[in-house]
Design a protein around this ligand. Structure first.
Ligand SMILES: Cc1cc2nc3c(=O)[nH]c(=O)nc-3n(C[C@H](O)[C@H](O)[C@H](O)COP(=O)(O)OP(=O)(O)OC[C@H]3O[C@@H](n4cnc5c(N)ncnc54)[C@H](O)[C@@H]3O)c2cc1C
Length: 380
């Protein structure tokens, strides 16, 4: 067994951490205040090879596997969960189906520019009436004169307001049910009949989400990803891999909270001594550190399994569930240790506390992860 990152991975972690400290951290306050993703980061990160880390060098990516992707997501999330959400979709659910099942033309047109940060990707699955129950989507795509005509609404779509294209799930044959009746399409922003409106959330404000609307939105036949009717397995596959990076985002947030909290606890003096010295606080910090450490290995184990081509479904669900709950707990304890100052708007503790809520809801809620795990155990 080897619990060490390779030398290359360690150097990469150091490089992206420094990049995030220098290029991302200064943008966070403004981005959070205005609920605006700083889109200049896409070409900057793409130019340095910091996007879509797990994809093949054949398309210009770094080819660092899921472990590399997790390292990047963790380091970006250390400074801003909202920004990490946007860059994560770029190298995850927003492009995974194109990477795995897209035509060569689609890869050249969408994947390569996404890797370079020249085009922004989004993934449109969730609808007002279809969240956890993804199979119940109502958006339709009807074949007409060599085109697919889309009608429907998507909600809560990360990067939806800033994307250049969105990989969209739509029903192509209702009679076949989800497995066989759903397909994935690339819809470019600017296509007639495609509109979007930005939504405002209380957390991860440096990232953007939007509602997307398709009204007789016609896309060329060649925008169908892979085979017609295979969209559901494709999107489940994208979501399954995405859970591991999602977990790494929670880990970055938990680490940031821990670092800020221990620093505060060492500086803040009450009853004549730093509050870190009180056993109540010291034990909280010890538990936070333990949980973060445990989350790290659940995540990197799942990433390693993914990279080895071994079964990883259960470990990915466990990593997502566990890391998001660790982040929720660590950020709650972080607030408590910050006392009244943690409740102030300028405190990072309250931002971290808010941002942790994202982890247990998006890309499959905690309850859905428990469903996946119990199915893997063969008891459901
Ligand atoms: C900030 C943000 C970003 C997002 N980004 C994207 C994106 O980029 N693309 C995209 O397609 N979607 C995106 N989503 C949607 C997200 O994945 C869904 O919100 C999530 O899957 C849950 O769906 P829902 O909100 O409709 O909740 P619901 O499905 O209505 O669930 C409500 C509650 O019921 C529970 N529940 C539901 N079904 C079951 C069950 N069978 N057993 C036990 N409990 C159950 C849930 O766990 C939850 O607690 C995003 C959402 C947010 C908030």
């Amino acid at each position: 067994m080897d619990f060490e990152l390779s030398e290359e991975q360690k150097m990469f972690r150091e490089a992206i951490h420094q990049f995030a400290e220098k290029e991302i951290a200064p943008l966070v306050e403004e981005a959070e205040k205005t609920s605006t993703f700083p889109i200049q980061l896409f070409p900057k990160m793409g130019g340095l090879g910091y996007l879509c880390l797990s994809y093949s060098p054949e398309y210009g990516a770094a080819g660092m596997g899921k472990v590399g992707e997790c390292i990047a997501v963790e380091e970006v999330a250390y400074y801003a969960v909202g920004i990490a959400a946007g860059t994560m979709v770029q190298g995850g659910i927003g492009t995974a189906a194109i990477n795995l099942h897209g035509s060569e033309d689609q890869k050249q047109k969408y994947l390569v520019p996404a890797i370079k940060g020249q085009k922004i990707a989004a993934f449109g699955l969730t609808e007002p009436n279809a969240g956890s129950d993804a199979a119940s989507i109502e958006t339709t795509a009807t074949k007409k004169n060599g085109k697919y005509v889309l009608n429907g609404t998507k909600i809560f779509i990360t990067n939806g307001s800033i994307c250049d294209f969105v990989v969209t799930a739509a029903v192509t044959d209702k009679s076949k049910g989800a497995r066989g009746g759903i397909s994935l399409f690339v819809v470019e922003s600017g296509t007639a009949g495609f509109s979007r409106s930005k939504l405002h959330k209380f957390c991860a404000r440096s990232g953007e989400i939007a509602e997307l609307s398709f009204e007789d939105c016609a896309v060329p036949e060649e925008n169908l990803i892979g085979e017609e009717g295979q969209g559901f397995p494709y999107l489940m596959e994208s979501l399954m891999g995405g859970r591991i990076s999602h977990a790494a985002r929670s880990l970055g947030l938990a680490r940031a909270t821990f670092d800020a909290t221990i620093e505060y606890a060492k500086e803040r003096v009450q009853f004549g001594q730093p509050i870190a010295k009180f056993q109540a606080n010291a034990f909280k910090l010890a538990r936070m550190d333990m949980e973060i450490n445990a989350a790290r290995w659940v995540i990197y184990n799942a990433a390693w399994l993914y990279d080895q081509g071994k079964p990883y479904r259960k470990q990915a669900a466990m990593a997502k569930l566990f890391a998001s709950e660790v982040a929720a707990h660590v950020t709650t304890e972080g607030m408590q240790i910050h006392g009244g100052y943690g409740l102030m708007e300028e405190s990072v503790a309250q931002r971290y506390f808010r941002d942790a809520r994202l982890g247990t809801i998006t890309e499959g809620t905690s309850e859905i992860q428990l469903l996946v795990i119990s199915r893997e155990l063969g008891i459901r």
